[in-house]
Design a protein around this ligand. Structure first.
Ligand SMILES: Cc1cc2nc3c(=O)[nH]c(=O)nc-3n(C[C@H](O)[C@H](O)[C@H](O)COP(=O)(O)O)c2cc1C
Ligand code: SF4
Ligand code: SF4
Length: 246
């Protein structure tokens, strides 16, 4: 059973490649996050959790979801973190989560993917992203094969800890606001931003998006808008906006 959380589609892509190799069922946990409920799962094979790194940990919404969900059958799990630079010490936090759920960790792997943090003005031009994706594909295929065989992976060296320990709570305290989102006249009212928000935090009013307060800065809305009508303050103006496959 493969469970994933994604903002801009990187983790979905990795999860789908693993599902292709393993033949396992796959679920986007946004299905439950949007409804404010939790799933109950059963799997004979190891669980595989795939998600992005946000300031050195899996997103809080994802961790909380796994904490609350019920997992029957296998007591083994893999954790796969997509990130743009370094997972920092995400592996320490996923181990903690696994311990709390009674999972034996068969392996933690990070995969370098394009930078999704558009609201921080950090998304990269398409030509840079294409190179990153080409490299990532090789790693994803090898990893998917290892997971399909149920191999126990060698631990990945840990990065520095300050982002995961000190900056992470600061990010959640200061960077999750939606007041800076604006939409321009270019908006065609297509609803893509509404559909792609994993938390169901956007609705269309008079064919224009309106943001609620339940945001995790996943950047799906701003990244996936087909006409780049969304900005976040001044930081994003004239900058690339990323969404996998767009
Ligand atoms: C709020 C936020 C925080 C991030 N923090 C990190 C980080 O600490 N380290 C890193 O390498 N990438 C970081 N990134 C980049 C994402 O982890 C990376 O682009 C990931 O593949 C996005 O996956 P997704 O498309 O499934 O959402 C961050 C992105 C966002 C939106
Ligand atoms: S409002 Fe936008 S940035 Fe916030 S969670 Fe939804 S899609 Fe992600
Ligand atoms: S995705 Fe863009 S064009 Fe479509 S409704 Fe949202 S802001 Fe408007």
């Amino acid at each position: 059973m493969i469970l994933y959380f994604t903002g801009t589609g990187n983790s979905r892509h990795v999860a789908e490649k693993i599902a292709e190799a393993t033949g396992d069922a796959i679920e986007n946990i946004a299905v439950h996050l949007r409804k404010h409920d939790v799933g109950s799962y059963t799997s004979e094979k190891p669980y595989v959790f795939v998600g992005p790194v946000y300031a050195g940990r899996f997103p809080k919404v994802m961790t909380k979801y796994i904490e609350k969900a019920q997992f029957g059958g296998s007591r083994q799990a893999y954790f796969v973190a997509t990130c743009a630079e370094t997972p920092w010490i995400t592996a320490k936090y996923t181990k903690k989560l696994a311990d709390a759920k009674g999972f034996d960790v068969l392996g933690f792997r990070s995969v370098l993917m394009p930078q999704s943090y558009t609201t921080a003005g950090m998304a990269q031009p398409d030509e840079v992203n294409q190179k990153i994706l080409a490299k990532a594909e090789v790693k994803i295929e090898a990893l998917a094969k290892q997971i399909a065989k149920g191999i126990r992976l060698q631990p990945e060296p840990l990065g520095k800890s300050w982002m995961s320990t000190i900056a992470n709570p600061l990010m959640y305290a200061t960077m999750m606001g939606t007041k800076k989102f604006t939409v321009s006249d270019a908006c065609i009212g297509c609803g893509t931003c509404v559909k792609n928000c994993p938390l169901g935090n956007i609705r269309l009013v008079g064919e224009k998006p309106v943001w609620g307060r339940d945001c995790t800065q996943c950047c799906a809305c701003i990244g996936s808008c087909p006409v780049s009508a969304i900005e976040y303050g001044k930081k994003t103006i004239g900058k690339p906006k990323y969404y996998y496959g767009k």
